[in-house]
Design a protein around this ligand. Structure first.
Ligand code: HEM
Ligand code: ISQ
Length: 154
């Protein structure tokens, strides 16, 4: 599938707007993941031992931001080179982290849904269907790269 310049711009611009409010964004993202899949809670070290989602956990924030940033970077790479191009070392590391935590393919759909819902909530009237599918496509390609690596390592 061709990733257009317009799609790249939609992703980049919406990320620029959203990153102004990282604390809220990361909490919302996480809350949505757990709404869709409550059982995922046990997988995350920063959630395991608390009843609620910690409001001010630096690790939660920085990881959540990485998911957004990496998806945004994937969009740029798709537009520039028609493929997701993550450094081998990063991919290997992410493959092993997710494998070790017991992440399986259907989980990727949960995170996708949560990501897209979070974007919609964050952007309000700036949100569009087209923007949503641009993020969705970039995420799918990024997820495919991580899943492939996980299968290699399994
Ligand atoms: C950790 C990204 C999908 C669960 C991480 C980390 C990153 C990341 C950057 C932090 C690694 C570190 O520095 O230690 C991504 C991206 C994804 C994705 C880009 C999809 C494209 C998923 C899915 C799940 C998941 C589908 C399952 C619900 C986890 C868990 C950790 C983790 C449990 C470890 C957190 C901890 O306890 O420290 N992920 N992830 N991830 N991810 Fe993902
Ligand atoms: C890690 N992997 C996937 C999704 C996440 C959401 C919030 C924090 C960390 C994450």
């Amino acid at each position: 599938m061709v990733f257009t310049e317009h799609q790249e711009i939609l992703v980049k611009e919406s990320w620029e707007a959203m990153k102004q409010n990282v604390p809220e964004l990361s909490l919302q993202f996480f809350t949505t993941i757990l709404e869709i899949a409550p059982a995922a809670k046990g997988m995350f070290s920063f959630l395991k031992d608390s009843d609620e989602i910690p409001q001010n956990n630096p690790k939660l924030k920085s990881h959540a931001v990485k998911v957004f940033k990496m998806t945004c970077e994937a969009a740029i790479q798709l537009r520039e080179k028609d493929k997701v191009d993550i450094p081998e070392s990063t991919l290997k590391y992410l493959g092993s982290v997710h494998l070790k935590k017991g992440v399986i393919d259907p989980h990727f759909e949960v995170v996708k849904e949560a990501l897209l819902r979070t974007i919609k909530d964050a952007l309000g009237e700036k949100w569009s269907e087209e923007m949503c599918s641009a993020w969705g496509e970039a995420y799918d390609q990024l997820a495919a790269a991580i899943k492939a690596e996980m299968k290699e390592e399994a």
